[in-house]
Ligand binder design. Sequence first.
Ligand code: ZN
Length: 342
Amino acid sequence: MRAILRAGLLTAIVVVGLGVAGVAAQRGPRIPPTGTIEHIKGNLWKIPGAGSNTTVFVTDAGVVLVDTKLANNGEPIMNQVKTVTDKPVTMIINTHVHPDHNGSNDYFKAARPTVEVVTHENTKKWVTANPKASPAWMPDRTFTDKTTIGKGKDQIDLYYFGAGHTNGDAFVVFPSLRAMCVGDLMAWNMAPLIDPATGGSVIALPDTLEKAVKGIRNVGLVIEGHGNVNSWDGFRAYAEFNRALLNAARAALKSGGTPEQALAELGKNPRLDVFLTEEPLKDLEYGGTPKSRALINLNVAFQELKGEPVTTNFGPPRGGGPGRGAAPPAAPTPPAPAPPAK
Ligand SMILES: [Zn+2]
């Protein structure tokens, strides 16, 4: 079980950490291909698979895509878009810098050079800092705290409330449909991966989510970065869970406890059950379960709270290591084999 978990997480390291996403897509049997477009509401659709969700918003001026999956999925995405509209893709909003969210920007830029790429300012910083970044990841337009694109039924509001999964995570709101995309600040309705290499922080995450809960009005549907379409109530509960996780880490650290003990404490609150299940989720790309991801983020919290470099964001190192409150229990020594019968 543990070996399977590690293998899945290594896929995530390759995809998210090293950015050679195309290779990972070939090697990672758990990453499903671009799926069939699903209607969400009004002029809003979602295409699952091949990395991030791609949200499709059809406006009078053209199609806006939120995130473009792993590399080499431009044509499959476009084929799905064509089943709902003849309009061209005119804008791409990337919720953050990871290559499973902007990997196929190049296809749309090549097809139509005027396609406008929009990101948060910090995402531009990470693209600029990455010598291997595709030119198609570079935004044509950025924002800092809030900006509005278009108007009326085509209006899109972009918000930024601070660090979390990275430090450039945009909230993309469609006011006329009362819907929003949250990128990987929320994916699969479980503790999110944290990427310290691009400013992600498990300490900052609950603040960011709470600011979004307070600062974004009149949204009913929440499109997660991977996986589900959730509700506003689900989003609020998720913010509470991430706050509870950080509080549990603080309390355990203070009393000399371990991340595992903090996890056990969290498990006592039945309101958090959905975030701590051990059920494998269908089509989850990068391995783990809600429970194992929660434990990862407790380990990350321990390291951040102690001011240590975060090394446990894809799983604690085997045999203990930096950031663990204590080494994991040693494997029980197997009993000596019975002497062969004579
Ligand atoms: Zn991501």
